[in-house]
Design a protein around this ligand. Structure first.
Ligand code: AMP
Length: 190
C-alpha cells in the first residue's frame, strides 16, 4: 500500500500526474481542490463556506479541510492507498493527516514535490484558465495570491516531511511522461 503526498505550487502538474498515478498503481485520488469544487457545484453548505476563500485564492480554514478529508478516508473502503493532491497545505493539516492515517493503521509513504519555476507556473495556470472554467485560474491578482499563499503557508509542509526523512523533490518541467517516469522511480523505491 502506498500513501503519497504529491506536492507543489498551483500549476505544478499535480492533477495531471495524479491521473496517471491512479491508473498505474490503482490508488484513490484525494484532491481537496476537486472535492471543494464538487461541493461548490452541488451548492452544499461546505461548498458555500469554501467559495469565498477559493475565489480569492486563499486557503480554506484547516478544520473545514481536515473534516472533509477525514470523511473521504473513512468512506473509502478497500483502497490500495491514496494520492493526496493539494493536501496537506499547512503543517496543522499534515499532523492531522498523520493522526487520521494512524487510526486506520496507515502512514504516509513519502512526499514527492514537483519543482517548477514561478514564471512557468503562471503561464500554465493562465493557459489552463482558458478551459478550466475556474475563476481562480483567470485573473493575475488571484494567481499571484495563490502562489504567495503557497510560499508563505504551504512550503513549510515540505520541512515537515523532510524531518521524517520522507521528502523527495523532482523536476516538474519537461515532457509529462518523463516527469511521470521520475515519480514512479521514487514510488517504486518505497
Ligand atoms: P487546488 O485545486 O488544489 O488549486 O485548490 C483550489 C482552492 O481550493 C485553493 O486555492 C484553496 O482555496 C482551496 N483548497 C484546496 N485544498 C486546500 C487545502 N488543503 N487547504 C486549504 N484550502 C484548500
Amino acid at each position: 500500500m502506498y500513501n503519497i503526498v504529491l506536492f507543489g505550487p498551483p500549476g505544478a502538474g499535480k492533477g495531471t500526474q495524479s491521473e496517471k498515478l491512479i491508473q498505474k498503481y490503482g490508488l484513490t485520488h484525494l484532491s481537496t481542490g476537486d472535492l471543494f469544487r464538487k461541493h461548490l457545484g452541488e451548492g452544499t453548505e461546505l461548498g458555500n463556506l469554501a467559495k469565498k476563500y477559493m475565489n480569492e485564492g486563499r486557503l480554506v480554514p484547516d478544520e473545514v479541510v481536515i473534516g472533509m478529508v477525514e470523511e473521504k478516508i473513512a468512506s473509502t473502503k478497500n483502497s490500495k492507498g491514496f494520492i493526496f493532491d493539494g493536501f496537506p497545505r499547512t503543517t496543522a493539516q499534515a499532523s492531522a493527516l498523520d493522526e487520521m492515517l494512524e487510526k486506520h493503521d496507515m502512514s504516509i509513504s513519502g512526499m514527492i514535490a514537483l519543482d517548477v519555476p514561478e514564471d512557468v507556473l503562471k503561464a500554465r495556470i493562465k493557459e489552463r484558465g482558458k478551459t478550466s472554467g475556474r475563476v481562480d485560474d483567470q485573473d493575475d491578482a488571484k494567481i499571484n495570491t495563490r502562489i504567495k499563499v503557497y510560499f508563505d503557508e504551504t512550503l513549510p509542509v515540505a520541512d515537515y516531511y523532510e524531518k521524517q526523512g520522507k521528502f523527495k523533490k523532482i523536476n516538474g518541467v519537461g515532457a509529462i511522461d518523463e516527469i511521470f517516469s521520475d515519480i514512479t522511480k521514487v514510488i517504486d523505491s518505497y
